[in-house]
Design a protein around this ligand. Sequence first.
Ligand SMILES: [Cu+2]
Length: 287
Amino acid sequence: MDLKSFLIFFLWLSFSFNSCSTQVNDTLFINSGTLQTYNGSSINYSCFNESDAFEKSNKVLSYLVTDTVSLTIINNDNVAHLFKVNELGVESQLIIPGEQETVLIHSLNSGTFIYHDAENFPNHKIIGLAGILVFRNGNYSSFYWNLKEIDTVWIKDIAENNMVSTIYNPKFFLINGNNNPNINEDSLARVTGNVGDTIIIHVVNTGNSIHSIHFHGYHLKVEQSSEHPSHVGRIKDTFPINPMEVLTLELVPHQPGEYPVHDHNLIAVTGANIYPNGMFLTMLIEP
Ligand SMILES: [Cu+2]
């Protein structure tokens, strides 16, 4: 490219970037609270929430690829935290208790990402601090699954000694902090739509175990796989996902009905050894 063409290209690039980029301001609050299990125990848990009220699910951050996001993270906890998105090179300053930090986030490509607390890693992630970040090309029907299993002994070990026992034995299996049967009340998780719709499911694994999601009734297409880019385009019904991996899946339902979707690793459809529980919900597709 000669100098003149380069300058024209550069001016075009600056113009298109400036004219399309939108500044978006957003806020996350780091809160600590408790998760209630179905069998009555309370688990200490922390999340990135949208207000200073503790919620058991990390806020889904969803933006357009044309957005430049100024995200302020407020630490309501009594220990320091650090906000990080590995794939986008985003990392905050250390956020000390009672203080806040702001990061700028921008992605040239659409996709699903994990944001998490990188301070005292992985302990702060284990106690809950990891959520879904999406950059999208437009508005479409989207659902969000943050898969995470919980070993209550590890949570207690971290609270008391800031370290974990060597044996990992999770008993609770959650999607967005919920488990079967109440999981179907989570409108971010429960897939609903009509035959012929294009439905995107953003799946992240913020736990420590491998999960393998099995869809009944439909085959889905891999749109993005952070660990296995060569799987993009594959159409199938079971999707293994490693810890800290993300998947973007496309579903175009060909038939109406209510079909189950669940972890094929069957320990994950239990809760404290009782079945059915855990990562097990249904999809409702109307004609
Ligand atoms: Cu199945």
